[in-house]
Design a binder for this molecule. Sequence first.
Ligand SMILES: [Zn+2]
Length: 84
Amino acid sequence: MDKKIGRNDPCPCGSGKKYKQCCQKREQFERTKKDIKMRSIKSLSGGITNMMSNIGDLNKKLTEKKEEPSEPVKPPESPESLEP
Ligand SMILES: [Zn+2]
């Protein structure tokens, strides 16, 4: 499969036509179809990853905000009250 087919070579499918007039068009069409699919999948997964990281950031912020006030509110236990 290393052999590259020239555009003016007879098509390997055996149609007798030149490759550029036969299967090359179909191959290009398939390739563009695949390309579009890959691109849309990539952009979609990229968007999801972005969304997930955004959610993670949000979660982090929320937990940080939740933990922040709980610490100062908690009264510091003085060692004097524990040891009468
Ligand atoms: Zn062909």
